[in-house]
Design a protein around this ligand. Structure first.
Ligand code: ARG
Length: 388
């Protein structure tokens, strides 16, 4: 799909040894300065950047460029339904942090900033990768995730998605309580200090115990979830510069927890238990016991977050917001790349307006990418290839 003035980037793996592509730098800077007239004319800035790239293979963004670049990357995130508020992203410029201790304390600050009362979308941008040099990274897929264990009898406890990562951090000496909702430690790797583990302090972890508006027994299930979804292992790329450590968060959409994390059969798999408690007929699929259990689980999630005063949206509201985002962007003359399979909510899809249309799938930059290596580190907690 060709959109005039927008370059599509067919997904190609990142080469950390390659110098910055001057064309991509120029593309980004022109767009950034056009969208932000207060930054002044772009030509003098382009001259400086071209010279920096020629001399060093890379260049240094101004704080304004990093901030707008991060917001553009969110705007371009084709799997995200929550993009209406892309302009409001709070950008914390953390490029000067070097040691794992410094990084960790800034991550704690990130979680506190994001999750104090109302949830605010926040990104912390740490140092960019220098071409050919080793760089710092976070191994965890999110800043807050629950450990997963397999008991000796073969029973799953906690989040099975984190089972590999959990057994790896246990190998590094971490001891989990063995409960269903043990927050994993952060694994921070820096070129100078190697791999270090950090336990998040309580003040960084806001959680919501789940109850149901009508069923008292629901509380006995002992379910809970954390308030802030903070993706930790995606690389932010802006104008040809790569930021491998740029954790970001929004607020939750209820279905992420109620229709996926707690419902998927390879996650917490709560639907059979819900059906038992609800007294549903599970002898045949056609009773729709799964669907009925799913609705009640999702009501509990939305109700509990609301009671706790923690911001969360439902899939109907968020779908309407996304439609508003499509209209805004059309007015601004910008394409909205979107991936239907991710935008449509995992329950009641056809009840939401986002279901009833198609989208263009474009790889626009700035962007967030999940590199294969990062995905594998988060899944297994094991580094296969040596650190470059
Ligand atoms: N689906 C992921 C989870 O349940 C979070 C992805 C990001 N979500 C968000 N609302 N920003 O943990």
């Amino acid at each position: 799909m060709i959109v005039p003035g927008y370059r599509d980037h067919p997904a190609e793996p990142w080469d950390p040894s390659a110098p910055v592509d001057p064309g991509e730098a120029e593309d980004f800077l022109r767009r950034c300065y056009t969208e932000n007239p207060r930054l002044g004319p772009v030509e003098p800035r382009l001259a400086i950047v071209r010279a920096q790239i020629a001399a060093t293979g890379t260049y240094v963004h101004t704080t304004d460029e990093v901030a707008h670049g991060a917001r553009m990357a969110w705007r371009n995130a084709s799997r995200c339904i929550g993009r209406l508020y892309w302009r409001s992203l709070m950008v914390l410029d953390r490029r000067r942090a070097r040691t794992a201790d410094e990084i960790f304390s800034l991550l704690v600050q990130h979680l506190q900033t994001a999750g104090n009362g109302q949830i605010r979308p926040v990104i912390s941008v740490f140092a960019p990768a220098q071409p050919g040099q080793p760089y710092a990274r976070i191994w965890n897929e999110q800043l807050i995730r629950y450990a997963g264990y397999r008991t000796e009898e073969g029973r799953q406890v906690g989040d099975p998605r984190q089972a590999g990562f959990t057994s790896s951090v246990r190998g590094y000496g971490w001891q989990g309580k063995g409960d269903a909702f043990d927050v994993l430690p952060l694994v921070i790797e820096t070129p100078g200090e190697g791999v270090r583990l950090y336990e998040l302090p309580e003040r960084a972890i806001r959680e919501v115990p789940l109850t149901h508006p009508e069923y008292g027994w629901f509380a006995e299930l002992g379910l809970r979830w954390h308030a802030v979804p903070a993706i930790a292992n995606m690389r932010l790329t802006v104008g040809g510069v790569h930021y491998p450590m740029a954790p970001f968060n929004g607020w939750y959409l209820g279905t992420e927890i109620g229709a996926r994390n707690l419902a998927d059969s390879d996650r917490y798999d709560m639907l059979p238990e819900m059906a038992r408690r609800l007294g549903l007929d599970t002898s045949r699929e056609s009773t729709l016991w799964r669907d009925r259990a799913l609705v009640e689980l999702n009501r509990a999630v939305l109700y509990s977050f609301e009671q706790a005063g923690v911001k969360m949206s439902d899939h109907h509201t968020e779908s309407q917001r996304f439609m508003a985002h499509l209209r805004n962007e059309e007015k601004a003359g910008r394409p909205v790349p979107a991936d239907w399979t991710w935008i449509v909510p995992p329950m009641s899809g056809g009840l939401t307006p986002v279901f009833h249309r198609y989208y263009e799938e474009l790889d626009l930059r700035p962007a967030f990418y999940l590199d294969d290596e990062a995905a594998e580190l988060a899944r297994t907690g094991v580094r296969r290839c040596p650190h470059h």
